[in-house]
Design a protein around this ligand. Structure first.
Ligand code: MTE
Ligand code: MOS
Length: 754
């Protein structure tokens, strides 16, 4: 084992602790960006002018009438931008557009003494549009060949041979929905200028460095003139990886032009209509099995709905392609990916980052083909699981595949799977109007950013003269418990009680050039950087320890070190070793390791309405040696439920008619967009961490946890399919829409009955 994964006998990592801000969260004392804004004097409020077309040219924009509105201070338009009028890194996202690319896109922003003044001012801005034809669905985009960005292909073996060797070949298509992030805190930014025109921005951002870079290029400043801080986020889920930049830039521009602090905080409706979501996908596929139901070949084309600009659509597609195999060995594979360009919000990162979409394709295939192959779907999945020695289609060995099998067997045993299977069959035979379903699905999720350079992190650890410790690192806190883990890491590394360590908000002037807190790698990367800084300090204290003897306290050593002019702070750095990725050939070893998990879900479905309940879920998930078990279990439960939401409840609907509402998001509030709530929780949810799972090469033997559990939710979708099948004759393939809402389940039941 490397030193990084070695855990001291007495360690604070591995201890069950609450989230470091739990009491602040539940008492309402936790401050979010906009709470800070509202405590800021001389504040101006920003409101967008939203376009009423899905696609149009702006022929005239007159801000003058807005100035007649009392309280309006400034209207921001393209002419005000001193630098680059673009809010992205690809230069395909004009901040103030001349061509409207999606309905409700902001074409100008109004600053007011109050939000109400800004809102009325925004309504007064006169804009003329020349409407243009629009593309709203992926299918329309495919028909019109409206694509953007690269079109990668992942290939291994020869699918023609694979299909020739197959005794069963099936083909199909599926069109599945995206997902709204619905973080509790909507997008928020607060910008302040100091006396020299430098800007300080507080932003609800997962990627402070990129927010800094975008603000700098919009304002025509250098990065050192822009500082971004993120105190914490009320959820990000990937939605704040790229999407905050434009809002931060507008606030910063407003602050520069007026000299006053400027605040943007979107309403829920603005957030839902203006910011990107999980990509919905269309997939067409052809699959071959041998006589035993073993996968031989897979050919597929995945088309994601990218929306109006690229944003993160290309890397999301890469990850989708890297996860079409999920946990299954497929000898011959050829999968093409392409990003549709549509007149919608620019779809973006969302927990799993394309992984869930890739996996949905293979899980849907296995679920649909099992009855036709005459093999129980759970058995079919089990038979195709990766084994040690197998290699993924992109050329990475599936290390620790035996953990997958171990987790599988553990779920089979602890969920009494076989016995419940029989019970359910008996109950279903007796009950014509209500059926139960049971399914098991695995997860294998690659950890690291596909893009190798992003796999680096920094930290800054200060030891003050009184022995107290302040840590800073490049990661952001969005509720996932990263800061809790970092406190545990620092306390473990320094051998101190956790109370001696405090963590300060993430800031670009403390740790520069950070990667987004994303790809579930926050704890891996920043934890190793924090540990590196702590190790440097400990190394410098060694002569002090020698001088004072083993009984010296930490405080005595620190005092002595100070008087001997020993540096008591350090900057730590970490980069993940051993990664390689060739984006051209889609080959390499992009992941440090895989996170594994298995879930078994039981549902009951009402045959009259399609309404269902999730009765019981058993999960065994691999987090290595947990850094913080309570946090990890919370992440597994939360990720799982969010996945269930995506697959069974949350139904994004756009107006696809030719009427005046074309392109409008029809589900733009919690009243029409159904999120999982307590009543949708499984009645019985059992989460177990896989034991004996030390990950050598990662900080204190742990593994990333943020995203992988979301994909355990396939078990619920497949259990619904299983229950639906019970309404019809055996051997019938069940087509199930995604999301499998009660309505979709109802139509699936009608389908098998027919
Ligand atoms: N958990 C909470 N409570 N809130 C969030 O916004 N985001 C998820 C996951 N868990 C999220 C969360 C996503 S998309 C990622 S990539 C990881 O947390 C990021 O944090 P980590 O790298 O520290 O795990
Ligand atoms: Mo997570 S989708 O990588 O922010």
């Amino acid at each position: 084992m490397s030193r990084l994964s070695d855990r001291p006998v007495t360690a604070l990592v591995g201890e069950t602790r609450p989230h470091e801000s739990a009491s602040l969260h539940v008492t309402g004392r936790a401050l979010y960006t906009d709470d800070i804004a509202l405590r800021t004097p001389y504040l101006l409020h920003a409101h967008p002018v939203n376009a009423p077309h899905a696609h149009a040219t702006i022929t005239r924009l007159d801000p003058k009438p807005a100035y007649d509105v009392p309280g309006v201070v400034r209207v921001l338009t393209a002419e005000d931008v001193p630098g680059v009028n673009d809010s992205g890194t690809k230069h395909d996202e004009p901040l103030f557009p001349t061509e409207v690319m999606f309905r409700d896109q902001a074409v100008a922003w109004v600053l007011g003494e109050s939000l109400e003044a800004a809102r009325v001012g925004a309504a007064a801005v006169e804009v003329d549009y020349e409407p243009l034809p629009s593309i709203v669905t992926v299918v329309e985009a495919i028909e019109q060949e409206s694509f953007q960005g690269v079109q990668p292909r992942m290939e291994r073996g020869d699918v023609t041979t694979g299909f020739a060797d197959s005794t069963h070949v099936f083909e199909g298509e599926i069109d599945f929905a995206g997902q709204e992030h619905f973080y509790l805190e909507t997008h928020a930014s607060l910008a302040i200028v100091d006396d020299d025109g430098q800007v300080f921005i507080q932003s609800s951002t997962q990627h402070p460095t990129e927010t800094q870079e975008i603000v700098a290029h919009v304002l025509g400043l250098a990065s050192h003139q822009v500082t971004v801080q993120c105190v914490r986020m009320g959820g990000g889920f990937g939605g704040k990886e790229m999407q905050p930049h434009g809002f931060a830039a507008v606030a910063a521009l407003g602050a520069r032009l007026t000299g006053r602090p400027v605040r943007i905080r979107l309403t829920r409706q603005q957030d839902m209509t203006m910011s990107g979501k999980r990509h919905g996908f269309h997939a067409s596929w052809k699959v071959g099995f041998d006589d035993d139901g073993r996968l031989q070949a897979l050919e597929a084309t995945l088309t994601s709905d990218g929306g109006w600009s690229l944003d993160l659509s290309e890397p999301v597609m890469s990850r989708a392609l890297c996860h079409v195999d999920n946990a299954y060995w497929i000898p011959h594979v050829r999968v093409d990916g392409r990003v549709a360009k549509t007149h919608k919000t620019s779809q973006t990162a969302f927990r799993g980052f394309g992984g869930p979409q890739g996996m949905l394709v293979i899980e849907d295939i296995l679920g649909r083909c099992a009855p036709v192959l005459g093999i129980d779907a759970t058995e079919l999945r089990r038979r195709n699981l990766y084994e040690e020695g197998h290699v993924t289609p992109y050329g990475q060995p599936v290390r620790h595949a035996e953990r997958l099998v171990r987790a599988w067997d553990q779920v089979v045993a602890t969920s009494d799977f076989a016995q419940r299977r029989e019970e359910i069959a008996r109950a279903n035979a007796e009950n014509p109007h209500s059926k139960r379903g049971l399914a098991m699905t695995p997860v294998k999720f690659g950890i690291s950013f596909n893009y190798t350079s992003f796999n680096q992190a920094g930290a800054l650890v200060h030891v003050y003269k009184d022995g107290s410790v302040l840590i800073n690192h490049g990661g952001t806190e969005m509720g996932q418990g990263l800061h809790t883990k970092m406190l545990q890491v620092a306390a473990t590394a320094l051998g101190l009680p956790i109370e001696r360590v405090r963590l300060a908000p993430t800031r670009t002037d403390k740790v520069p050039n950070t990667s987004a807190t994303a790809a579930s790698s926050g704890a891996d990367l920043n934890g190793a950087a924090v540990k590196d800084a702590c190790d440097q300090i400990l190394a410098r204290l060694e002569p002090v320890r020698d001088r004072l003897g083993p009984t010296a306290t930490w405080e005595e050593m620190v005092t002595d070190a100070y008087f001997h002019r020993i540096q008591l702070w350090a900057a730590g750095f970490y980069k993940t070793e051993g990664l390689s990725w060739d984006a051209q050939s889609m080959q390499g070893e992009p992941f440090k390791y895989f996170a594994y998990g298995v879930a078994a879900a039981e549902v009951s479905v009402d045959g009259f309405t399609g309404a269902y309940e999730v009765e019981r879920v058993d999960i065994v998930h691999d987090v290595g040696d947990s850094l913080s078990p309570l946090v990890d279990i919370g992440q597994i439960e939360g990720g799982f439920v969010q996945g269930v939401g995506w697959l069974t409840l949350e139904d994004l609907r756009w107006d696809v008619s030719d009427g005046p509402g074309r392109g409008r998001l029809a589900t733009q509030a919690a009243s029409t967009y159904k999120l999982p709530s307590l009543s949708e929780m499984p009645r019985d949810l059992r989460v177990t961490l896989l034991d004996r799972a030390t990950e050598d090469g990662a900080v204190y033997g742990s593994k990333a946890v943020g995203e992988p559990p979301l994909m355990l939710a396939f078990s619920v979708r497949e259990a619904l399919r299983d229950a639906v099948a019970a309404f019809g004759p055996s051997g019938v393939s069940v087509d199930l829409a995604s999301p499998a809402t009660p309505e979709a389940v109802y139509w699936a039941i009608e389908g098998v009955r027919a």
